[in-house]
Design a protein. Sequence first.
Length: 78
Amino acid sequence: MKIERESEEYIRNAVKQIEGRLKFYEENYAIKDKQDLLAMCLIEYASKFESVNNKNVVEDDGFTEKLTEIESILSSKI
């Protein structure tokens, strides 16, 4: 995955958030399959995205870009 220098911080933060959610799901739901954990994390972020999208948000403050980066990271992990 090629990352532009100005996006590095966003990617690092996204990775930390994803790792935190994966750990949460693993500890609280006794799921050991990494692919299942990634799927749950992706569903969580996608549903948040849909929720925000349905509120007709005019300015997304880079949310769409961040979600796209997260999706790319998750896709590379599967």
